[in-house]
Ligand binder design. Sequence first.
Ligand SMILES: [Zn+2]
Length: 242
Amino acid sequence: METNIVELNHNIYLLKGFDNSSHSYVIKGDYRNILIDSGLDSSFPVLQEQLLKIGLKIRDVDIILNTHEHFDHIGANRYFQNHSLIAAHRFAATKMKFNDKYVTLYKSGDSNEISLHVHLWMENKTRLDLGNFVLDIIHTPGHTSGSVCIYEPSLKCLFTGDTLFAGGVLSYIAESGSVGDYINSIMTLNTLNIKEIYPGHGNMSSNPGEDLKNAVHNAMCFLNKDEKTNITYTLTNEKNNS
Ligand SMILES: [Zn+2]
């Protein structure tokens, strides 16, 4: 299999992002096929080729779950939206529906000038039951207001978008984001039993305990960037650190 495609688990694939596009993930469900993030509009030909290599045509993608409203995660939605169900958190959906470029960061000249459809405006704890997998949506605002992470409880893997990268690295606070929300979201994630982190960019991680510990620290440092934070806190799920 090509190096830009990784089978992470049986029926779960990483399609690596090309040219600053976000990664995409495919979950082949018993009932529905899911694509997490469509990536950059301009990278769509690469995505299409990757999907074909794992046996899927564009029309075989039943649902797109967008982790948040940024252009490098939603850009290719338009190639799917006439036949796939597009789902995003309601705070992401409003930015997409009304083409809020201040938040989505589309620049003039980008080819994507058509309105994006969002058919399902998700809430915290929305669950998709795919038969062989379950996907739990966790609202994790901070990087943006509409950011979500997606948790699969049997595999204990977490798709994090731009909320959390390998090593506990956090993304920046974007136009609709909030430091306070970010800290709270990371602490919420730290209560989950996670074995693998599948982020929107960069490497996967099999060391989520350490990553989350670092992430909580990094989130605290957002408040006090130039000095070492002196805020003390207790990790809420020490078993993640073993
Ligand atoms: Zn982003």
